[in-house]
Design a protein around this ligand. Structure first.
Ligand code: ZN
Length: 254
């Protein structure tokens, strides 16, 4: 199988201005995720990109060479240029996979692709989360236990303003009583999208081996499949170019 080319995008803001976050992710969340994926599978080609870089690190070429894009953002969603959001959306429609993490639920690209509010309830109290696998046959949970226990997390609660997921992979329970659809799959055009909830920056979530396993599985699941037709552009097929001769039957002629 061809190499899987992964790009991990992070706004990379909290790690530079918050000492606690810095102590958990000294080189940034993107670097931590990249290192864990490389450690699990040395055939992966993993790159990172951040908000501050020109084009937020997401040039046309880099996106063309990306099979699966991971997205972590929180306090700087508005700083992501609309032109780059257009560029990512069009690559997803062509077939690039997109894995949206935690507070990325409010990113421009996720809201664009979902077309709904993507709003939710939240609370930061360091409470316990039990992340239940509700679809044990799904490739994203290969090698994952019945549930993943996370000692300290930020709570996300229903209702979550998303379109009905096409596949539900995880469902979370929180110490305070709320539940949340924490692992959801959709397709948009040729591209696959996975939203995965855990990942608040002040807890070492991405150092958890079970979470790392889910991220690796998600990258494999979201990789492009089949033929990459450019479904983003409409194309006229004139009658004289049709595969079979057509008897003109009226109507408008272009
Ligand atoms: Zn958070």
């Amino acid at each position: 199988m061809a190499h899987l080319r992964i790009t991990i995008w992070n706004e990379f803001v909290h790690e530079q201005n918050n000492k606690l976050v810095q102590s958990i992710y000294p080189d940034g969340i993107h670097a931590a995720i990249a290192a864990s994926l490389r450690a699990l599978d040395d055939r992966l080609e993993v790159r990172t990109a951040t908000l501050e870089e020109p084009d937020h690190g997401l040039s046309e070429k880099l996106l063309r060479d990306t099979d699966v894009l991971f997205w972590w953002g929180h306090c700087a969603h508005d700083k992501v240029a609309d032109a780059i959001v257009d560029r990512i959306q069009s690559r997803v429609l062509q077939g690039m996979g997109l894995v949206v993490l935690h507070s990325g639920h409010f990113s421009k690209i996720f809201k664009r692709l979902m077309g709904t509010s993507c709003a939710l309830k939240w609370r930061e109290a360091g409470e316990r989360e039990r992340l239940w696998v509700c679809n044990p046959g799904h490739p994203i949970v290969r090698g994952v236990e019945t549930c993943i226990d996370l000692e300290n997390t930020e709570m996300y609660g229903e209702p979550f303003g998303i379109p009905e997921p096409e596949e539900q992979v995880f469902l979370s329970w929180f110490e305070g009583g709320e539940v949340f659809r924490s692992g959801c799959c959709w397709r948009r055009g040729n591209g696959k999208i996975f939203y995965f909830r855990p990942g608040h920056e002040t807890y070492p979530i991405y150092h958890n081996p079970q979470i790392q396993r889910v991220l690796l599985n998600a990258a494999h699941w979201a990789r492009p499949e089949g033929h990459w037709d450019d479904v983003t552009k409409a194309a006229n097929v004139p009658a004289d170019k049709a595969r079979e001769p057509i008897q003109a039957k009226g109507g408008s002629v272009h």
